[in-house]
Design a protein around this ligand. Structure first.
Ligand code: ZN
Length: 151
């Protein structure tokens, strides 16, 4: 499941869930849908030191069926899932997105894995704080701190 083909920092040109090739022109619009599995592309995936780093590129999609697909793909490997959600590209998050992150966290924890959030915009952090979720999630300031905490 975890191929090394996507370890570079180049724009990922495949679906982060099923690895099907994607057309890249509209990748950042938040409206790209994988024609194979139906996943709406809201993040790109990188593997760093055995941890899956999800770079959120859109805060619009986090519906239950999608979270189920995403979490399945993350916990599919033989190792316990170690997942970092990098939110640096999101300036705000919706309550639906927050609900999606909670669902993702639950599923990863159920598989004995860990999810760490990092690189949050102050407004995003405030949103989580206001919802009293900044203690529910593991949060690190930087991606490096997140990687260190998972190693
Ligand atoms: Zn797909």
């Amino acid at each position: 499941m975890n191929t090394s083909a996507e370890s570079s920092h180049a724009l990922v040109q495949q679906c982060p869930v099923c690895d099907a090739p994607l057309r890249v022109e509209s990748f950042r619009s938040g409206e790209t849908v994988c024609s194979k599995c139906g996943h709406v592309i809201w993040y790109q995936k990188r593997m760093v030191d055995g941890a899956a780093i999800m770079d959120a590129i859109s805060g619009i999609v986090a519906i239950n069926t999608d979270i189920e697909r995403v979490s399945k793909s993350l916990v599919a490997g033989p190792d316990k899932a170690r997942v970092i959600l990098n939110l640096s590209q999101l300036k705000f998050i919706s309550s639906a997105f927050v609900a999606g992150m909670i669902a993702l966290q639950k599923r990863i924890r159920a598989a004995d894995g860990r999810l760490v959030l990092c690189e949050m915009h102050p407004i995003v952090r405030e949103t989580l704080h206001g919802a009293r979720l900044d203690t529910y999630f593991e949060i690190c300031d930087t991606e490096k701190e997140a990687l260190d905490s998972l190693s």
